[in-house]
Design a protein around this ligand. Structure first.
Ligand code: AKG
Length: 329
């Protein structure tokens, strides 16, 4: 029985790969709402090369412009020792945990300088900063920059019949990596400065990512003198458990499942002005490279995914069956 369950999961992954393109579709014009809806219905990503190149943000933003507009307004910044916010972490004390960043409000000019200086410095800093609150920050703490981007993506607004649930601003450098995870949103991601390097896995590859239920922890600032910030993870109290992918397609021999070798990750790099449609529930890991100012800036639009219809329950079924199969293996 369990052999045939493994075979069924293998067949699911392989038939998906046979029936679908092996690379992310590249478009050079915005799709119509109907064309976009066909991608949503197939749950298939695409990138529009230079799709946002004429946005005010892509024409005007630079370190100097951001500094001029934002000045010393206070913004939230995530701080971690290795640029590893919201990621699995091996610890001696607690084994594998899910660690969240230390978060702090700082003046924007301080954050910008810190991100830039860390990028320029050849020695690894003791703390890596990433402005990455995913809480609609572009319509809140970064509101003064909001005029430079559209308030919605037209083809998505018409097709999905809704406004974005959140519009987020991201400012970081090459020291930060976003760990493999998935979100219940249709995501339109626009690169403004620098590059983002996405690794994408479709939802059917859930059995490859070795999702485990991990104790949640948060970095705390242990000791600070004039020069050094020290961070260590502290397990959350009361205890909270978080299901999270623990396999990384870039280090495939660490923590694989019996299905990980079947995974065929899609890789796509976004240059300034490029727009990615990242469909709901796709696993994504994101690395970044900086522009000549030593910063990497992006904006993304999250639209609620559709929970009615078969997609969500069937994806959830595949996830549960995959976890059962991996657990007994
Ligand atoms: O840009 C990043 O670092 C992560 C982006 C991401 O996870 C998202 O847009 O959902």
């Amino acid at each position: 029985m369990s052999r045939s369950l493994d075979n069924a999961i293998t067949e699911l992954i392989e038939s998906y790969q046979q029936l679908n393109p092996s690379t992310v579709d590249e478009l050079y014009d915005e799709p119509t709402a109907l064309e976009f809806m066909r991608y949503v219905a197939r749950n298939q990503p695409f990138v529009i090369r230079k799709g946002a190149a004429k946005w005010e943000a892509c024409l005007k933003w630079s370190a100097q412009y951001l500094l001029g507009v934002m000045g010393n307004q206070r913004v939230n910044v995530a701080m971690t020792p290795f640029g590893n916010a919201d990621s699995p972490l091996e610890t001696e004390e607690h084994g594998l945990i899910f660690v969240k960043p230390y978060e702090r409000e700082m003046p924007f000019d301080w954050v910008l300088k810190e991100v830039h200086t860390q990028e320029a410095d050849h020695h690894r800093p003791s703390v890596v900063c990433y402005a990455q609150t995913q809480n609609d920050n572009l319509r809140n703490e970064y509101e003064t920059l909001f005029n430079d981007v559209p308030s919605s993506i037209d083809f998505a607004r018409v097709a999905l019949q809704q406004d974005p649930e959140a519009i987020n601003f991201w400012l970081g450098n090459s020291l930060s990596t976003t760990a493999l995870h998935r979100d219940p949103y249709e995501n339109i991601y626009v690169q403004v400065l620098g590059q983002k390097h996405f690794v994408l896995l479709p939802p059917v590859e859930v059995s490859c990512v070795n999702e485990q239920v991990l104790p949640a922890a948060t970095y705390i600032q242990e000791q600070q003198d004039r020069f050094v910030d020290m961070f260590r993870p502290q397990v959350d109290q009361p205890p909270v458990s978080v299901p999270f992918a623990t396999w990384d397609p870039d280090t495939p021999d660490r923590r694989p499942t019996i299905f990980s070798h079947l995974s065929r990750p899609y890789r796509v790099t976004l240059e300034s002005g490029d727009m990615l449609y990242l469909p709901a529930l796709w696993y994504h890991k994101v690395k970044q490279s900086c522009d000549e100012d030593g910063i990497c800036v992006a904006v993304n639009y999250w639209y609620d995914m559709e929970f009615t219809g078969p997609f969500q329950p069937m994806t959830s079924f595949v996830r549960i069956v995959g976890m059962m199969s991996c657990a007994k293996g």
